[in-house]
Every structure is written in C-alpha cells, then in structure tokens.
Ligand binder design. Sequence first.
Ligand SMILES: [Zn+2]
Length: 278
Amino acid sequence: MRSPHETISAALEILTDGLGPFFQVEMCRVYGYRWEQTLRNTLRNTLQSRSEPVVWDAYNLLTAMWEQWNEVFRQQLGLFERSLVSELREYRNLWAHQAVFTEDDAFRVLDTVQRLLAAVDVAPELLDRLEQLKFDVLREKLSRQIDEDRLRAQANREKVTDIALYGLGGATIIVSTLLSLAPRNPLAGLILCAFTAFTFVYLALKRWTAAAPQWGVHECRACRKIIYTKMCPYCEARPQSSVAKGSSASRFQTIRAVAMATLTGQSTPAKLTVNERE
Ligand SMILES: [Zn+2]
C-alpha cells in the first residue's frame, strides 16, 4: 500500500503526463514554435531549468501555467481551473520538501489533479488511473476504520467480562463471610465485608476507566513505517505539511483564501505563491 506521499508522487506524475501535451499545444498556439525559448526568456527566474531544453515536470508546468495565465490559458480555462493550479502548486512545493501528508491530503490532490485534467480533456486512461488511486485511498481509510472499531468493541467486551468477574468474586466473599463469620463475630464480619466491597469496587472502577491499549506495534498512517509509540518519530523529524498540520477549520480557511483571492483577481497570499525550490 502506498503512503500518502507516494500517492501524491503518483498523482503529480499523472498530472505531468496529462497536462504536458495540452500545455505545449496552447503555448504553441500563442507563441509559435519558439514558445519554449520565449518562455525561458520570460520566466528565467521562476522555472527550474538545470538542463537544455527545460524538463517540463509538474513544477515547471504549474509555474508556467500560473505565470502565463492571462496571456495563454485564460481563453481555454476558467477561474475554477486557475484555483486548482494554485492549489496544486502549493501541494507540489510541500511534496518537494518532504512534508508529512495525511490520507485526506492525498485524496484531495488526486481529486484536484483529476478535475484539472478533466478540464483539459486528457486521455480517459489517465482519469481512470486517478480514480483507481482515489479508490485505494478510500479503501485503506475505510478498512482501518473497521479494524479500529473491531478492536474497540473487543476491548469493551473484555472490560465488561473483567468487571463481571470482579463483581462475582466480591459477592462470593461477602456472602461467604455473612454465612460463616458474621453469626459468630458480627463486627469482624462487617469489617471484612466492607473491606471486600471497597477493594472490588475500587478494582472495577479502575478497570472501567482504564484506556484501551492502542499503541502496540503498529504502522504509521503517513509514512507506513512500523512504530512503537503514539507519535511517529520518523514523521516528527520531518516538516509538517502546512495544510496537514492545521485543523480542518484552518485548512478550509486556507483553501477558501486561495479561492477567494483567485476569484477576486487579487494576488494570492504570499505563503501560497512563494516559488520554493527543491
Ligand atoms: Zn510516520
């Protein structure tokens, strides 16, 4: 099973495969056959160009699309697709910096790539691959949820059984005391009954409030490494995705800020437009 980071890698590969031909056709339509030279001169400081000609990977494609939106892509795509490009640029930068992603992030990237590629009319096989990856993410999430529910139910059954045994043990001692010791020495019988009741109620309460053991040896959801603690030491050492580390509310606000800035034609928040390099 892929980690969220690997899923996003696969999504970016499909994005590159699907977006490349459309990008070249549109650039050629506006700038002619020397479009790459024109673009390299215009975006000298923003494209990642370690080789000649430029390798059109996800970073360069998304950067060039964003920078050339008004000149080239506005005629074919709308504001909604522009916000998808902006969002994918943010995720691509986080991915390049080995940020920690959740399954929800991976699903979101797959969905965004799928929507963008559907808008540029790519081969159906690419959309099918994205659909399959989305299904894999959902299946993984669902199967883990089922496992967790099953373990929780099992822990609850064991808890109820233990408490029932405590109750039975305590009641047996108290009844035996009342029948044998209490008629001969009522005070000693009373003390023994009270002590027994107190001890078993204490044990039952302690068992009832004990947390279910959740953190045995298990697999980290983000990096898929086998870990022994609640927090994954491998993921803690890496930078947290600015999207992943926020609450769902702050994540929604971030996405909404991008969409609003895009739709109103304002510049996108600085955090989201910075061209981070690998
Ligand atoms: Zn991890």
